[in-house]
Write a protein that binds this ligand. Structure first.
Ligand code: G3P
Ligand code: CA
Length: 276
């Protein structure tokens, strides 16, 4: 009996200092997880076709705090959700988004490339998505390649204003882009809506660059490869928040928790909150 007790104590002691227990010790607590926004990148993209209602509904089911959407414009001026500037990769069609009418875009199958169960899933419109998800989940709106669509900032602003989504209590709307001029313009059109700047370039992490972003942006959103604790502190000291992308592994999610970012943009909402 005494031997068993000694062995048990020994095993417990060994485990306490083993790499396994160290790994568990570093896992974020429930409280730490709750402080970080779980942003479903193009929806729950790991499991359903990106930028479709199927992926956004799944993200809501998985208790994401935000869905991230990519907004572009059809030939006849309608705002639609798609990531690439051509339809080739994610639909059964070909051609540039801006060369196709809404009717042509809506006739495409944006689901079957991801699996048979998604056959016929259409490219959503921006209006449809605002109406469907407002108040249910936050919406992180990316203006994708806005330089291709002159005036898209105003169009997005109008769509938000029509729905009263341009106010501080705006049901969690953020607008972001890699195009900084477009974000400056958007900030002027929608002064009360939080703005984010996207980058994967270290050149944009200098104190000067960050200071300039902070004059119009509320979020600095870098790819996780350039995130450091120092960068997070700098961003915070300028009064901005930091959201990072694109998480496709548990290790990457855990790294960003450790860096104390404010939002994790992920294809796998379950890596950010495994309880869901
Ligand atoms: O939200 C961040 C992320 O969406 C930026 O990259 O290419 O997936 O639009 P991308
Ligand atoms: Ca995006």
């Amino acid at each position: 009996m005494r031997n068993k007790l000694l062995i048990g104590t020994g095993v417990a002691f060994t485990l306490l200092f083993s790499p396994i227990s160290q790994a568990f010790a570093e896992e974020p607590t429930v409280g730490e997880r709750k402080q970080v926004d779980n942003v479903a990148h193009r929806g729950a993209t790991a499991y359903a076709p990106e930028n479709t209602v199927a992926a956004f509904d799944l993200a809501v089911d998985m208790k994401a705090d935000y869905i991230e959407i990519d907004v572009q414009r059809s030939k006849d001026g309608e705002l639609v959700l798609i990531h690439d500037t051509t339809v080739d990769r994610t639909t059964d069609g070909t051609g540039k988004v801006g060369d196709l009418t809404l009717e042509q875009l809506r006739s495409l199958d944006a689901g079957s490339w991801k699996g048979e169960q998604y056959v016929g899933e259409p490219i959503p419109t921006f209006d449809e998505i605002l109406d469907r998800y407002r108040g249910k989940v936050g919406i992180l709106i990316e203006l994708k390649a806005p330089e291709l669509y002159p005036g898209i900032e105003k169009q997005v602003a109008e769509a938000l204003k029509e729905r009263n989504l341009d106010k501080p209590q705006n049901e969690k709307i953020i607008i972001q882009s890699f195009n900084f001029e477009s974000m400056k313009k958007t900030n002027e059109l929608l002064p009360q809506v939080p703005i984010g700047v996207l980058t994967s370039s270290r050149a944009h992490t200098t104190p000067e660059a960050l200071q300039e972003f902070s004059t119009y942006a509320d979020w600095f959103n870098p790819s996780y490869g350039i995130v450091t604790e120092e960068l997070v502190n700098q961003v915070h000291s300028l009064g901005m928040k930091i959201g990072s992308w694109t998480v496709r592994s548990q290790e990457a999610a855990d790294f960003l928790f450790k860096m104390k970012v404010d939002a994790i943009i992920t294809d796998y909402p379950d890596y950010v909150d495994p309880r869901n």
